[in-house]
Each structure stands twice: as structure tokens, then as C-alpha cells.
Design a protein. Structure first.
Length: 466
């Protein structure tokens, strides 16, 4: 989704709709959410169960070979699932800060610094704004099942001194990584420079650049973790919160009293939603540190997305996201048929969305990758939906939620329900309907969201429209 956003966002910025971290007027509400694009109808007389059995009869099971440098398996995984989980992990990129699983990780507290690298020389040309220093951080975090894990994040410090009262504020820019390979992360590009996997959409909207020019530091988490668990909200939420802890641990004299505010759209909204849901239980000390979170194009209810994104042009993204969640929740891997297992250990496991998103033109239904009929309505799927929706978890920090009123792949009803639920739980929140579907809403909804974040970092109390 990220690379397709670029042209639409540029048009919106050039036309003057995006003013960065400045005041912006309200966006008018759009019409009711349209129906989802239709999926390919089931062919009459086709027994999907028979097709699945035929696939496993014709396609042999792939060899499951453990990698030379294995990643720790998820807690509770059976021996067979643990081997399969190892086999589908992302390949090493040749950089130990991204590749190596530290020994004795469980002995560290979440947010503890494991490694720091100055990447200013490679990051500055990518960022194209004046920076004093850019640091790549590796820190301890927590996986989807509560086990010890690690993550990386990049801290960008502006060249200009901070002259306003208080410590320099920090924008947490949760980018829509939407990828399965480690080289697709913003941290890898900032550490190694532009490469074939660099996503140019990481800088559109130019949240990092606008924040740096405003004098704010920027924290960019690689929130999919070492397993590249695309779309897993607990992994992403833990990684975001622990990246904030890591910055405060690394530079307490500079950022120990700073305000932090988050922004994320689409895949970045998954990370932002996960983070705000987990603050109270996982990082309560950050309740007064994080002053707000803006999230748009919000994928909240995966049960809803199983209807709106399966077997249509969005199916490449949907299948990749399902696989990303399965990397942390290997019980999903156990439902894959032989054909899906071959794909899962193939080079596809290291691709960015520029590769797997176009696969949507095939409009493949998820059942072609499963062992059981109607896998998206199975008891296991129901358990995954129930866990990942993070129901009943109130955000203790103010929220700004925005969504395209004409969304069809990520229906606006999910974001509206999320807003209503947060209000019912007692959160402070604002909701904005934005004209357009997912891509247009990204561009048109950004200005007011950026202004809202800016006001929180200035210390202006957040409005509450619940």
C-alpha cells in the first residue's frame, strides 16, 4: 500500500492541503461507507475441501530446514510448529544489529539498550533535512505471547538547538512498513542508504522532515520486530513503547522529560493502536510521557478485513498480513497446506509490498492456502480475531482517529466502532471522516492530524468530542 500512496500524497501536498505541523481546519464528513468490493464468487459445484485435499495430494510437503542462526520460537509452540516457524522466518540481511538474536535476552528489562550505532552519514542524505545525529537503536522488547524479543528503531535529532521551554519533544513516526523482509524496514534504509528495497513512501507524507524542521526529534520504530510480523498488533505495540523507553534510557538528560506523540496510517496505525492499547498494562510509566496518538486508515477488526480484502485485488496484502501474524502466532502456520508452506519458505518470505501487493490481481482466496474449508471462519480464526481486536483496552492518552468515508478495503465502520468503543471506555478522542478511499484519505486527512500532533507536543490540552 505504501508505494501506491506516493503520487496521491504529492498532489495533495502541492495543492496546499498539507501544511505540516500547523493549524488546519476541520474536514467535512463524507457520505456513508460504501459496500466492499465484491470477491470472486464461488464456482458452482466446486468443493473447496476437495480442492484443498487435491493440493496436498499433488504438492509434496516441503523440506523444513532450520536456519543456521535460528530465531527463538514462540512460547508454547509444539516441536513441529517451532521447526516450521523457524523455516518461515525472514532471511538475514548481513547486519548483526538486525539479524542476531542476543543471548540472555530474557534477563533484560523491556526497553533496555542492546546496541547503538551512529548512522548519521548514511541517514542524512536519505532524510534531506539538517540533522545533528541519527542513531540506530537495538533494544529488548516482548513478542505476541509475552516472550523476550528485540526490536530496532531510529532516533533522528535535528541540527538546530531546542530553544523553547522544556525538553525537546519527540514525534514517534510509526510508518506503514507493510513488509515481510528485514531490508524493507525504514531502519535498514537509514542505516545502509537507498537500496532496492527502500520504500519511497516512507517520506510521504513527510512527517519526519516536517517534525525535524519544527525542531522536534523523531523516533522511527521498526515495529514488526525480528520475525517481521506484519500486522501483529501486540508485537508492534510492544516495540513502539519499548522504543520510547530505549530513548529515555539512552539520553535521559536530553529526552527524560520530553513529550512524545505518535502518528501512524494504515500499517502504521496498527502499531499505533497496539501501542495505545498496551500502555496501561505494559508501560504505565509512559501514560504521562505520551501526550497523544493520531491514527488513520485504521485496520481494527481483522474479521471485517477477512470479508473486505479476501479474494479481490487486496488479496496479496491480506495473505501477506495473515502470514505476518502467523510468524508470531504459529498455530496459524499449522493450518497451511503444502502449497502455502512452499510459498512460506520461498523468497516470497523476504518481499516488500511492492512485490506481494500486485499479486492481488490474481484475486486468490485464502482457502487455497489452507487445509480446512472456510478457514477464515474456523475456530482458530475466531480466536485470532478476538485477540487482535484488543477489545476493552482503553487508551490512557488522547486519540485522533481519521478514516476515509469511501473506504472499501478497510471499511470506515471499523474505525468508527473503535472510536465509539474508546469513548465508551472513557478515553479522550476525536473522530474525523475524510473524503476518499484509503489512498486519497491518506493525503487529505494528514494535515489536520499533523496539526493535532503538533498541538499536543506544544502542551495544548487535547479536545474531547466523545
Amino acid at each position: 500500500m505504501r508505494t501506491w500512496r506516493v503520487l496521491l500524497i504529492v498532489i495533495a501536498l502541492v495543492c496546499g492541503s498539507a501544511t505540516g505541523f500547523a493549524d488546519a481546519g476541520p474536514i467535512p464528513a463524507g457520505p456513508p461507507n460504501p459496500p466492499a468490493l465484491p470477491a470472486i464468487p464461488a464456482l458452482p459445484g466446486i468443493d473447496i475441501g476437495a480442492v484443498q485435499r487435491w493440493i496436498d495430494a499433488v504438492v509434496p510437503a516441503p523440506p523444513i530446514v532450520s536456519p543456521a542462526d535460528p530465531i527463538a520460537a514462540s512460547p508454547g509452540a509444539s516441536a513441529d510448529l517451532a521447526r516450521l516457524q523457524q523455516a518461515v522466518m525472514p532471511s538475514a540481511v548481513g547486519d548483526p544489529i538486525f539479524d542476531q538474536w542476543p543471548p540472555d535476552l530474557a534477563a533484560e528489562v523491556p526497553g533496555a539498550i542492546i546496541a547503538v550505532r551512529d548512522v548519521t552519514a548514511t541517514a542524512a542524505p536519505v532524510l534531506v533535512v539538517p540533522v545533528r545525529q541519527v542513531l540506530l537503536l537495538k533494544f529488548r522488547t516482548t513478542d505476541a505471547y509475552g516472550g523476550a524479543s528485540f526490536a530496532t528503531a531510529t532516533l533522528v535529532i535535528p541540527a538546530a538547538n531546542w530553544v523553547s521551554p522544556g525538553e525537546r519533544p519527540v514525534v514517534v513516526n510509526n510508518l506503514a512498513i507493510d513488509a515481510l523482509g528485514r531490508a524493507c524496514t525504514p531502519g535498514y534504509t537509514l542505516a545502509h542508504g537507498f537500496n532496492a528495497h527502500t520504500n519511497l513512501g516512507d517520506d510521504l507524507p513527510p512527517t519526519t522532515q516536517l517534525a525535524v524542521l519544527r525542531g522536534y526529534a523523531v523516533l522511527i520504530p521498526d515495529h514488526e520486530g525480528p520475525r517481521m510480523a506484519y500486522a501483529e498488533p501486540y508485537v508492534a505495540g510492544h516495540a513502539v513503547l519499548d522504543s520510547i523507553r530505549a530513548v529515555r534510557n539512552l539520553r535521559p538528560e536530553e529526552f527524560g522529560a520530553s513529550r512524545f506523540a505518535m502518528h501512524g496510517y494504515s500499517g502504521g496505525a496498527i502499531a499505533t493502536r497496539g501501542a495505545v492499547a498496551l500502555i496501561g498494562s505494559y508501560a504505565p510509566e509512559l501514560t504521562t510521557v505520551i501526550v497523544g496518538a493520531a491514527l488513520g486508515g485504521v485496520p481494527v477488526d481483522y474479521r471485517m478485513l477477512a470479508s473486505s480484502m479476501n479474494a479481490n485485488l487486496a488479496s496479496g496484502i491480506f495473505l501477506a498480513a495473515t502470514f505476518g501474524v502467523a510468524r508470531e502466532r504459529p498455530e496459524i502456520l499449522g493450518m497451511m497446506n503444502n502449497l502455502a508452506r512452499w510459498a512460506a519458505i520461498s523468497p516470497l518470505k523476504d518481499t516488500c509490498d511492492s512485490v506481494f501487493a500486485p499479486i492481488g490481481v490474481l484475486m486468490l482466496p485464502a482457502d487455497l492456502a489452507a487445509k480446512v474449508p472456510d478457514a477464515l471462519h474456523s475456530p482458530l480464526a475466531d480466536r485470532i480475531y478476538a485477540v487482535t481486536v484488543m477489545s476493552g483496552m482503553r487508551s490512557p492518552v488522547p486519540l485522533y482517529v481519521y478514516q476515509g468515508a469511501q473506504e472499501f478495503w478497510i471499511p470506515a465502520r471499523g474505525a468508527r466502532d473503535y472510536y465509539a468503543q474508546q469513548c465508551a471506555l472513557g478515553a479522550r478522542a476525536v473522530y474525523r471522516n475524510v473524503l476518499g478511499e484509503h489512498l486519497i484519505a491518506d493525503a487529505l486527512g494528514y494535515p489536520e492530524a499533523a496539526a493535532w500532533v503538533d498541538q499536543r507536543l506544544q502542551g495544548i490540552p487535547a479536545p474531547d468530542e466523545c
